[in-house]
Design a protein around this ligand. Structure first.
Ligand code: HEC
Length: 152
């Protein structure tokens, strides 16, 4: 290998290593933690909706209250540019998010609206809770379909 090519490959190695330094961007871990909290609450409602655990009005209401408040957490510092899956490891956030920020935000607002309806319904009996659960799950899926990489 010529000296010049060696230098070239070293430079390439540095270019690859550099973005990896951003892999520990606290915003990425924090937004992933936020989604874990979503599922921590939404999952209980899903288990009731699908009959895997008994419906419990208090538990359902608490989970829906939590989801409502979690979806009100301001998102503006959780999605810095350069934290997409093409730029860094350790995230499933597609670069398309930053090309279509208006649509991404609209999909988040759809979740906020659905979580509000779910909060009003969750403690009102299994049928009522189920009626609001499906549309809320639909807002999670709509965003994941467009903007989240498949799990590897
Ligand atoms: C507006 C878009 C959007 C909405 C709405 C949304 N998600 Fe996500 N979700 C994402 C993106 C993007 C990621 C990948 C984040 C990353 O890896 O940096 C993600 C990741 C996740 C993860 C994986 C977290 C981890 O451990 O890495 C879970 C679980 C999840 N979402 C659950 C939900 C649930 C449940 C809902 C609905 C109640 C929901 N999401 C609504 C965009 C969304």
């Amino acid at each position: 290998m010529s000296f010049k090519r060696l230098l070239g490959s070293l430079a390439l190695g540095a270019a690859i290593a550099f973005p990896a330094m951003a892999d520990n961007d606290p915003a990425v871990e924090t937004r992933q933690g936020q989604f874990k909290l979503f599922v921590h609450n939404f999952g209980v409602l899903g288990s009731m909706a699908q009959g895997r655990i008994d419906y419990d009005a208090d538990l359902a209401q608490t989970a829906a209250d939590n989801l409502f408040h979690l979806t009100r957490h301001d998102q503006s510092r959780l999605w810095p540019e350069g934290t997409d899956s093409m730029s860094i490891d350790g995230t499933r956030a597609k670069p398309e998010i930053w090309d279509n920020l208006d649509d991404f935000v609209a999909k988040f607002v759809a979740l906020q609206d659905a979580a509000e309806t779910l909060q009003g319904a969750a403690g009102q009996g299994l049928d009522t809770m189920q009626g609001a659960f499906g549309p809320t799950a639909g807002t999670c899926q709509a965003c994941h379909q467009e903007y989240r990489e498949e799990a590897s």
